[in-house]
Write a protein that binds this ligand. Structure first.
Ligand SMILES: Nc1nc2c(c(=O)[nH]1)N[C@H]1C(S)=C(S)[C@@H](COP(=O)(O)OP(=O)(O)OC[C@H]3O[C@@H](n4cnc5c(=O)[nH]c(N)nc54)[C@H](O)[C@@H]3O)O[C@H]1N2
Ligand SMILES: Nc1nc2c(c(=O)[nH]1)N[C@H]1C(S)=C(S)[C@@H](COP(=O)(O)OP(=O)(O)OC[C@H]3O[C@@H](n4cnc5c(=O)[nH]c(N)nc54)[C@H](O)[C@@H]3O)O[C@H]1N2
Ligand code: SF4
Ligand SMILES: [Mo]
Length: 712
């Protein structure tokens, strides 16, 4: 019998970084449990963690490079694949310019150490402006607020959930998502502890979510109107002189501009559009301002709407004017052991515009809502080749059906992905990377967003399955081939040495040593020190760090950034006067559930078993008005598409709102995901509209997509 051993690592599926204790017998996993000795997660895990094994042993996982041949695929060698990809990219760019090649980075690239360390040089080597990522269907507004207010797109305040007395959560469902831009494993326990110490949890959401169920107060809000609510909250606090910025006042500019700009947004005026009574808004403003400590936090539901930029800005304004930014119990900045701030741009809003719709760039990327039209619209600069790195934009970006059509017209599509999914099935070449258990891991991004300063290194559990290469090896091989060969001939031997040395492990080791807990500190962190502490190291609670950490000129908080103040006029003219729902129209919102992870964990039998989850939630009153019955299949239509889906009735969604999860819609020809195909569902993004964006940033405005629902 093979010997049993224990392996400790961090789960990299979502943002929570749970410590896992994996019992292994030879090549087989006996169990995956929460690691009780991880100082951060203390044994917590969710059902998805065990699916790490399912991905590792999944017979549908691709392990060898594939080249499309007619209707099928041919296995090719790695060198042949790299040569072919680099040659064909070069040909497209030589013919049609560097921008004719586009790039889409999916969410899992942020959870893959090798993609983070080696993705950047690769992107640079591509020399294209046509860069897209999941950021513009997710947290882009947070970055704009961070850049304009604090001076860097990654200076992101983290809610101090463990110490706060008042947690105001808008458009976030941490009991399903396990927290986002707030890495805090064990959300159920943390929320329970908040209430147990007398703290209040207020949830603002068009659906009474799992999180709303355990809150003190849940306010239904009409989708897409959070900017109005937030403006009224800030205005009330200022009007009633409840603001107490404390020491923040010494280094904050723009308080008066904010006061003046928010004058039009009295609670009484925003109440009809938001669906929240003025008295409730005033009460919430007072309670928030008077709490011993409080934090406002908004996630996907606030970001992915037409006024998401303003929404995320006003959330931080609330934190600042009440003195809750940069203080325990409020929102604080982390002090990560490896600091990624130097790797990312500071921001850079609207340096460029997309060719067709003139949508602005941010942080060197364009909004992905524009990708399909950039492929489909002829003319100079048209996108003719696309690289998709760890993503599934056909299911995850607005009007996915249009994008899918566009993919079929490309001269070249390359995917770096272990699966042939709804997007990657259109590739000409597939380069499949290793998955989590076969590689080392360090969370460069999620330590930055964590509610405590911690550090953890995850070692390799299994050697790479035969045929697969790591993300970083794939990027490195392609980068090497893309660099113009003529110019670098002399440097080539030197480059080869540097490449060999620059492994993810060495880069993290260097980052740790030069970081704040490295050589110059008592911790003396290095990878080997972390290896000697396999459960992870706690580096203490978040601490006040302002004004020193600000990266704005003069190290001052900019409370009233001009681009955002200006955008309030749009909120006033478009949103304040928006009529109540038009005849028969319902507003579609999304939802996440615990056993799912965007589009890609549906091929695990243990995660998809049980009742169907891709259903349309509707309020019974709306069903009655349409003569619809629970359990029946209905047709949901939007401007861009139409899908059939089973109806579920519940008073947990507000009247006038329907909810559908995203990431489903499998079962299309050529998708090699047998379990997922058998639980196909429909894609919410066949309904969401690529033309519905936040005009300020181009972020997809998923929340509140107008739809009509009829019986079949
Ligand atoms: N189990 C699971 N965990 C995940 C993921 C997953 O797919 N499954 N995905 C991961 C990723 S990539 C992310 S970004 C995070 C997201 O983390 P969260 O943002 O916490 O996740 P969501 O469940 O999308 O929460 C958004 C909430 O916004 C509400 N909402 C919709 N429209 C509006 C609106 O107009 N106003 C307001 N106030 N609320 C609105 C929705 O009803 C929903 O409850 O989760 C991560 N964790
Ligand atoms: N309507 C609606 N749409 C949404 C959202 C919503 O709330 N509503 N949420 C949005 C959000 S927050 C996000 S983040 C996006 C996510 O959108 P995407 O990032 O486009 O999609 P994912 O499903 O996360 O990507 C999954 C793919 O990554 C691959 N993958 C997994 N691990 C690795 C790895 O280590 N390396 C590589 N190379 N590939 C890997 C998987 O095999 C899978 O094919 O969806 C967005 N779309
Ligand atoms: S909560 Fe997230 S990190 Fe924790 S086990 Fe589940 S998927 Fe993994
Ligand atoms: Mo996300």
């Amino acid at each position: 019998m093979a010997e049993t051993r224990l392996h400790f690592r961090a789960c990299n599926l979502c943002e929570a970084m749970c410590g896992l204790r994996i019992e292994v017998e030879g090549e087989r996993i006996r169990s995956i449990r929460g690691d009780p000795d991880d100082p951060f997660s203390r044994g917590f895990l969710c059902p998805k963690a065990t699916a790490l094994e399912d991905v590792h042993v999944d017979p549908d996982r691709q392990k060898h490079p594939l080249r499309r041949s007619g209707d099928g695929w041919t296995r090719i060698g790695w060198d042949e694949a790299f040569d072919e990809v680099a040659r064909r990219i070069g040909e497209v760019q030589a013919r049609q310019g560097p921008d004719s090649v586009a790039l889409y980075l999916g969410n899992p690239t942020v959870h893959s150490l090798g993609a983070l360390t080696h993705g950047l040089p690769f992107i640079r080597a591509l020399r294209t402006r046509n860069r897209y990522s999941a950021t513009s269907v997710d947290q882009l507004p947070h970055h704009l607020a961070a850049t304009t207010m604090f001076g860097h797109m990654l200076l992101l305040p983290v809610p101090d959930i463990d110490r706060t007395h008042f947690f105001l959560a808008l458009g976030a469902n941490p009991l399903a998502s396990n927290g986002s831009m707030m890495t805090a494993p064990g959300m159920p326990l943390r929320l329970k502890a908040l209430r147990a110490r007398g703290g209040r949890l207020v949830v603002v959401d068009p659906r009474r979510t799992e999180t709303a169920e355990v809150a003190d107060t849940h306010l239904f809000i009409r989708p897409g109107t959070d900017a109005l609510l937030l403006a009224a909250l800030v205005r009330t606090i200022l009007e009633e002189k409840l603001g107490r910025p404390g020491r923040l006042a010494e280094f904050t500019d723009g308080m008066e501009q904010v006061r003046a700009a928010l004058a039009p947004f009295a609670p009484e005026r925003v109440a009809p559009a938001t669906g929240i009574a003025a008295a409730e808004i005033r009460a919430l403003a007072r309670d928030f301002a008077r709490a011993e400590s409080a934090v406002a936090y908004g996630r996907v539901g606030v970001s992915t709407q037409a006024y998401g930029g303003v929404g995320q800005w006003l959330i931080q304004v609330l934190n600042v004017i009440t003195g809750n930014l940069d203080r325990p119990g409020g929102a604080l900045f982390t002090r990560p052991a490896v600091n990624p701030l130097n790797l990312a741009p500071r921001g850079g809003y609207a340096r460029h515009r997309t060719r067709v719709r003139q949508l602005p760039s941010f942080g060197g990327e364009f909004p992905v809502a524009a990708l399909a039209e950039e492929i489909l619209t002829p003319g100079p600069g048209q996108v003719r080749a696309l690289l998709v790195l760890g993503g599934n934009p056909v299911l995850s970006t607005p009007n996915g059906a249009q994008l899918e059509k566009a993919l079929g017209t490309l001269e070249l599509m390359v995917a770096v992905d272990p699966y042939l999914n709804e997007t990657t099935r259109h590739a000409h070449v597939l380069l499949p990377p290793t998955t989590a258990l076969e590689r080392e891991h360090y969370d460069v991004i999620f330590h930055l967003l964590a509610v405590r300063n911690t550090a953890k290194w995850s070692p390799v559990l299994f050697p790479p399955v035969r045929g697969a290469k790591h993300d970083w090896e794939i990027f490195q091989a392609l980068t090497r081939r893309l660099r113009s060969p003529g110019k670098t001939r002399l440097l080539r031997p030197l480059r080869a040495v540097v490449d060999r040395l620059a492994t993810p492990r060495r880069l993290i080791d260097l980052g740790l040593r030069i970081g704040p807990y490295g050589l110059r500190s008592a911790h003396r962190l290095s990878v080997s020190k972390l290896e000697a502490n396999p459960h992870g190291i706690d580096l203490g609670p978040l601490e006040p760090a302002l004004p020193e950490r600000l990266m704005t000129p003069g190290k001052r908080i900019q409370l009233a950034p001009e681009v955002l103040v200006r955008d309030l006029s749009r909120v006033e003219s478009e949103l304040l006067s928006r009529p109540a729902a038009r005849n028969g129209e319902l507003l579609l919102i999304g939802r996440r559930d615990l056993r799912s992870n965007n589009s890609w964990m549906h091929n695990s039998q243990r995660l998809v078993k049980g009742p169907e989850r891709c259903t349309l939630l509707m309020h019974p009153d709306d069903a009655r008005a349409r003569g619809l019955a629970p359990g029946q299949t209905v047709q949901v239509r939007s401007r861009v598409g139409s899908v059939p889906v089973r109806l579920e009735l519940t008073d947990a969604v507000m009247p006038g709102v329907v909810s559908l999860p995203h990431g489903w819609g499998h079962g299309r020809p050529g998708v090699q995901l047998r379990v997922a195909n058998a639980h196909a569902g429909v894609s919410m993004n066949d309904l969401t509209d690529d033309q519905a964006v936040d005009a300020l940033l181009g972020t997809a405005a998923f929340s509140g997509t107008p739809v009509h629902v009829t019986g079949l």
